[in-house]
Design a protein around this ligand. Structure first.
Ligand code: HEM
Length: 189
């Protein structure tokens, strides 16, 4: 269930990103502004392309029932690393985007004169950075990990135990891709 929510929310976020890209390209084309000249646009487009690959790979590896369990386990560290990398890059892109907007948008007084709008958006930038740091902290804490769904369903399907039955004890070496899962199971339950 959590896997489906994770996939669904990411697909929704990707749809929003695609719509916003179409809007900005349309705006540039309509106003005769060159496309893809800024670092913001290069890093931003790279993020969206990587995000699309992350979603396709995630769907193929984790939602297709035919994908072997060994492949799912082997791919997990790559999936986690790319997710965090793309997320961090999106934070950097947003910071560059709001800075550009201030430089282009504020004419009189200018950005360098620190009008209230500039201070407000600088504070927004600090909040975006703090949000990024918080999410990276949470997502790298083993104690915040939920018990591995894969492990639970694999054991339920393969060991002859009834589907949905709960595993009370799991060897720490069994779930190498999710080292916090076992301690977590006992802490939460
Ligand atoms: C975080 C996700 C974001 C992504 C992936 C992204 C991506 C892009 C891309 C690819 C372009 C180039 C469009 C073109 O060349 O026609 C662009 C332009 C632009 N974006 Fe963003 N953007 C993001 C967030 C933001 C934010 C939060 C702002 C703040 C208002 C912003 C402001 C701008 C501006 C002013 C331009 C036009 C100037 C330029 O091409 O650099 N962006 N964005």
């Amino acid at each position: 269930m959590m896997k489906l929510i994770h996939a669904g929310l990411n697909i929704l976020a990707f749809v929003f990103a695609a719509v916003s890209l179409v809007a900005v390209f349309d705006f540039h084309n309509g106003a005769d502004i060159p496309n893809m000249y800024s670092l913001h646009s290069w890093v931003g487009l790279a993020c969206v392309i990587l995000y699309s690959l992350q979603i396709v790979m995630g769907l193929c590896v984790y939602l297709l029932p035919i994908t072997p369990g060994a492949l799912r386990g082997a791919f997990m560290p790559i999936h986690v690393y790319s997710g965090l990398f793309i997320f961090s890059t999106v934070i950097a892109t947003a910071l560059m985007g709001i800075t550009e907007k201030l430089i282009f948008g504020l004419k009189n007084p200018k950005y360098k004169d620190s009008p209230p709008e500039a201070v407000l958006v600088n504070v927004l930038g600090l909040l975006i950075t703090a949000f990024g740091g918080l999410i990276l902290w949470i997502s790298t804490r083993p104690s915040w990990k939920r018990p591995s769904e894969q492990l639970l369903s694999r054991a339920g399907a393969g060991s002859g135990s009834p589907k949905g039955s709960v595993i009370l004890s799991v060897s720490p070496t069994t779930d190498r891709d999710n080292p916090g899962a076992n301690s977590n199971t006992s802490k939460r339950n």
